[in-house]
Design a protein around this ligand. Structure first.
Ligand SMILES: [Zn+2]
Ligand SMILES: [Zn+2]
Length: 422
């Protein structure tokens, strides 16, 4: 197909007399701030154990079937109560975990599955937020699950969609086989984000065989322990990986072979969080829901889960100013300097790094709301130009105002204010 009549290129005309404004702006820009929290988390693993009832999980004070997870909880945080506050069955609850919201689920003809009908979430997912906002390739974002024939897909949201879907790795039938697949995936790709879905506990519960059900919980518990051991032994993950273990729904208080209603057994699920930014040994009693996981992953990795209705689990994260000296160090040789004019479609900034390191540039409102993460990734020492596109903010262009720019690199942090005039 031949394209002609392309629209004329957009020309940015510089208003006359902006120099005076820029001088006034420079006074504002010179104010330094150092309030931001540098998380140590660079990778996140989310494990979903389908259909464990709380009374056979953390709700059993002797932890008969979950000895590994209860041991790990001493180094991490658990939340009680952690709740499914919507549909207590898998086909709605798993997409709610992905989306951080009770998303609608729709069907489409899936070309990846020979044109058969498949399902997708209407809201964007953690996979899409992660890949688009942090500019990550598919192999950094992998969803490992049993062989389901054709895995359900993430969203077709116009701002996200198939270009940002995860790599789907759907192999094996038992939880142990799926864990074996996950190990291969971890070793092969070392993804920054991995979601592992373990389906067997629910299947065992529906079978009506109590011994199989409880054995499946014990197996999932062992797998969680082995995942954590694996992460601690792998230099790519050790000390910079946060793991969340949860489930999608419980089981009836009155009948462990089923679920799907509003009873406490169906609603009560679990959350175990472990990692460098998680308060160790915490049992948090603020009620939370499965919608809060994806926003927390965004908080840790530095992306905005804009359509999520849950909220980040800040109460289980270490405070910014901790007794353990985790306050990022403001250093004079780490700099963020706005370049050019404070308006237009693209804002340019110069980052000057004293040493190479994992670096994030964030833009917050003065009220502390994350507006954008224009850059996140590895940078060498020296000067780097980075760009922020304020007009591309979801839900409308970024409003005029004063914004806090923060660069975190290695142990250092530097902030400055900038004015944005659309
Ligand atoms: Zn079920
Ligand atoms: Zn129930």
């Amino acid at each position: 197909m031949h394209h002609h009549a392309l629209p004329p290129p957009v020309r940015h005309t510089r208003p006359r007399g902006f120099r005076g404004a820029a001088t006034a702006m420079a006074a504002v820009v010179a104010i330094g701030l150092s309030t931001s929290h540098a998380y140590d988390t660079e990778n996140v693993i989310v494990v979903i154990i389908d259909g464990v009832r709380y009374s056979e999980g953390f709700g059993d004070t002797s932890h008969t079937y979950v000895p590994r997870m209860s041991g790990l909880a001493r180094d991490g945080a658990i939340i009680e109560p952690f709740l499914n506050d919507g549909y207590t069955y898998t086909s709605r609850a798993i997409p709610a975990i992905w989306c951080g919201a009770w998303t609608e689920v729709s069907t489409f003809t899936d070309p990846d599955c020979g044109g058969t009908q498949n399902n997708y979430s209407r809201s964007p997912t953690v996979f899409e937020y992660f890949r688009k906002q942090l500019d990550q390739p598919e192999e950094e974002c992998i969803y490992v699950l049993k062989d389901v024939g054709c895995p359900w897909k993430a969203s077709f949201d116009p701002d996200y969609g198939p270009e940002y879907w995860p790599m789907y790795h759907s192999e094996g039938y038992t939880d142990l086989a799926v864990w074996g697949e996950a190990q291969t995936v971890l070793a092969t790709y070392e993804p920054k984000f991995l979601m592992l879905y373990l389906a067997e506990v629910d299947q065992a519960g529906h079978s009506g065989d109590w011994a199989y059900y409880t054995r499946a919980i014990a197996t999932a518990d062992r797998i969680v322990g082995e995942i954590w051991d694996y992460l601690q032994a792998d230099p790519a993950y050790a000390g910079r990986t946060t793991m969340f273990v949860t489930n999608d729904h419980g089981r009836h208080t009155y009948d462990w072979t089923g679920h799907g209603c509003d009873c406490a057994g169906c609603r009560t699920i679990q959350l175990l969080a472990l990692g460098p930014d998680i308060v160790p040994g915490l049992v948090s009693t603020t009620p939370r829901t499965l919608r809060d996981i994806t926003p927390t992953v965004g908080e840790l990795l530095g992306f905005d889960t804009e359509d999520a209705t849950g909220a980040s689990l800040l109460e289980i994260l270490k405070p910014a100013v901790g007794a353990d000296g985790r306050l990022p160090v403001a250093r004079a040789d780490l700099r963020i300097v706005p370049l050019g004019v404070p308006f237009g479609l693209r804002r340019d900034f110069m980052l000057s790094l004293p040493c190479p390191g994992f670096t994030a540039l964030t833009v917050h409102t003065t009220a502390g709301h994350l507006v954008a993460t224009p850059f996140r990734g590895w940078l060498s020492a020296g000067d780097h130009q980075v760009h922020w596109y304020p007009a591309e903010a979801r839900g409308g262009a970024t409003a005029a105002g004063v914004y806090i720019l923060t660069v975190e690199s290695g142990p250092g942090v530097a902030s400055t204010l900038t004015v944005h005039l659309p």
